[in-house]
Design a protein around this ligand. Structure first.
Ligand SMILES: *Cc1c(COP(=O)(O)O)cnc(C)c1O
Length: 371
């Protein structure tokens, strides 16, 4: 049996007529750059994320960069964030000449350990950037309290967390700016690159609208040095088709997660593999289902590959140890939980279209490996 980590083809095939019609509409109206479809998508994402404004851009990476630009992060500033994330979380900071100040992760949720943030705040701290990793929100209540006390803005990296909730509030609505990615493997995936920023602050929304288009609030009058990061009209139209199905897909991911939880427990494997931990009062959207294998993670991965099961490691190298960040002066053991996670985690298939038979096969093969 074959169980890929993700099967986008199956999802796209089911929506093909709707997607072709949506693409046709863009062709007919020449709405290639931004345009009506993107505008409508921005309104829909703002509503979906419980924010007043949403501003489309070219990718999740750009969303993070534009958010920090809008907050005037520049050379010499500091941004507190996690070393256990996708590279763009940190490159957005260093690209502006600012310094990423890392805080280790909570080993249960893999998210920023909020209890360590306050000690890292200095008068150079321009923002705190939590990541809602794998689809579960970071502990936003405590973080908001700390940041509020020091007047430090928060930028949420919600790239993996569209529709995720912390105490009833949606990802992207709990900070100055929320950043989303529509990379094809995200829960809401485009057919190319695309991203979005959410905010409740009108001045910030207007600045983001200008910054994504060369910093010109009025055509050819440049108030800031912005960039070209506009959302493509085709992607906007495709995302609007897919958004209608997002809650259905998210519910199916959750069913799959609960089913894994039960199957692994019934198989007596709960000891050997660390199952995902859901905090109380959250909506986890399971962009990834990540287990923790303290020993022989790589052997298990190879075994699963040999048996037709797709897996991946998010992420194999903690960001403070990346070659390009050597100049920051971080060392091994600086963030032990992040480093440990990079050696132990393994993402296994959780996608909505996965059948029960496929899922049972994954559990069976993992059981076989440990027996
Ligand atoms: C995917 C992702 C990004 C980057 O998004 P792109 O659209 O690929 O540029 C940033 N941060 C996290 C945590 C991500 O998962």
């Amino acid at each position: 049996m074959n169980v890929p980590l993700l099967d986008i083809k199956q999802q796209n095939e089911a929506l093909r007529p709707e997607i072709e019609a949506a693409i046709g509409k863009v062709l007919d109206t020449n709405g290639f750059i931004l345009g009506n479809e993107v505008k409508a998508l921005e309104e829909e994402i703002a509503k979906y994320s419980q924010t007043k404004f949403a501003v489309g851009c070219a990718s999740g990476s750009d969303a993070l960069l534009l958010a920090l630009m809008a907050l005037d992060v520049k050379s010499g500033d500091e941004v507190i964030t996690t070393p256990y994330s996708f590279f763009a979380t940190v490159s957005a900071v260093t690209r502006l000449g600012a310094k990423p100040v890392f805080v280790d992760i909570d080993p249960k949720t893999y998210n920023l350990d909020v209890s360590q943030v306050e000690a890292k705040i200095t008068d150079k701290t321009k923002a705190v950037q939590p990541v809602h990793l794998y689809g579960q929100c970071a502990e936003m209540d405590n973080l908001r309290e700390i940041c509020g006390k020091y007047g430090v803005p928060i930028v949420e990296d919600a790239a993996q967390a569209i529709g995720s909730e912390d105490a009833g509030r949606r990802a992207g609505s709990m900070s100055e700016i929320g950043c989303f990615s529509f990379y094809p493997s995200k829960n809401l995936g485009a057919m190319g690159d695309a991203g979005m920023m959410t905010t409740n602050d009108e001045a910030l929304a207007n600045k983001l609208i200008a910054l994504r288009n060369h910093g010109m609030p009025v055509r050819y009058y440049h108030q800031w040095v912005g960039i070209n990061s506009r959302l493509d009209g085709f992607q906007g139209a495709i995302l609007r088709v897919k958004l209608k199905y997002l809650d259905e897909w998210t519910a199916k991911r959750k069913v799959n997660a609960d089913r894994y939880q039960k199957s692994f427990t019934d198989a007596g494997l709960a000891e050997q593999i660390g199952l995902p931990f859901e905090r109380e009062n959250v909506r986890h959207i399971y962009n990834q289902y990540v287990i923790r294998i303290p020993e022989k993670r790589d052997e298990l991965r190879q075994f699963l590959t040999n048996n037709g099961i797709g897996t991946d490691i998010y992420y194999p190298v903690s960001l403070h140890l990346q070659e390009c960040f050597e100049y920051l002066g971080y060392n091994e053991n600086d963030f032990p939980e992040s480093e440990k996670a990079s050696r132990e985690t393994l993402a296994i298939p959780i996608y909505p279209e996965m059948t029960n038979q496929q899922q049972d096969y994954v559990v069976e093969k993992i059981s076989e490996f440990f027996s």
